[in-house]
Ligand binder design. Structure first.
Ligand SMILES: N[C@@H](CCC(=O)N[C@@H](CS)C(=O)NCC(=O)O)C(=O)O
Length: 202
């Protein structure tokens, strides 16, 4: 088994952090996004969308998509549970994970794709789309700050994969120029709490 990974990319970090929380060791194969290694023809065999992370099983089966990879391990090693245990917990983790991906990762991603200097060589950039993404991401960060008032973690009182998604997305947002607003005290406290976990360094 091996994981195609890039230390600088947010989605592979989600898998590494998840594996660290589980205590699962998977050999990493570096694939540099900056060097466009994922866009080489041979990588299409692993993921036809040519993105990372990808988990390759010993029989050659490849599993792309961050959450699909985490779910694979959640079934093969359920403890500690990171997708919730009860029906309600699982629904809440799913809800929050989707909200972070759809509301925050996609909007920050638009800013990164269309406005950031590191991506200026990409064809078809539309500055307005990026700026709208940044504006929406800031709205969502402030909304999330209100939503988590009174609780320690994104989906409730337990650390879950939704915290992993949120941490990796929020750190990426900060890197691209959309940091947590100074007044978002709940979110800043949550960020400090989750960043202190050893898995955050994975
Ligand atoms: N939905 C996918 C998104 C994967 C993705 O966007 N990966 C980025 C790195 S964080 C990538 O491979 N970017 C390079 C590219 O698209 O060429 C997942 O969750 O795994």
């Amino acid at each position: 088994m091996k994981l195609y990974d890039d230390k600088r990319a947010p989605n592979p970090r989600r898998v590494r952090m998840y594996l660290a929380e589980k205590g699962i060791d998977v050999p990493l194969v570096p694939v540099s996004v900056a060097e466009r290694e994922n866009r080489k023809e041979e990588f299409k065999q692993k993921n036809s969308l040519q993105q990372i992370p990808v988990l390759e099983l010993d029989d050659g089966t490849c599993i792309p998509e961050t959450l699909a990879i985490c779910r694979y391990f959640e079934v093969s090693q359920p403890a500690p549970p990171l997708f919730g245990e009860t029906a309600l917990e699982q629904a809440q983790v799913e809800m929050w994970n989707r909200r972070i991906e759809f509301q925050l990762l996609s909007t920050v991603g638009a800013y990164w794709r269309h406005c950031h200097p590191f991506t200026k060589a990409l064809p078809g950039r539309i500055e307005e789309a990026g700026l709208q993404g940044k504006e929406r991401a800031l709205v969502i960060l402030n909304w999330l700050n209100e939503e988590i008032a009174g609780r320690d973690y994104i989906a409730g009182d337990k650390f879950t994969v939704a915290d992993i998604t949120a941490l990796c997305v929020i750190d990426f947002a900060s890197f691209v120029g959309v940091p947590i607003p100074e007044g978002a005290k709940n979110l800043l406290a949550w960020h400090a709490r989750v960043s202190a976990r050893p898995s955050a360094k994975a």
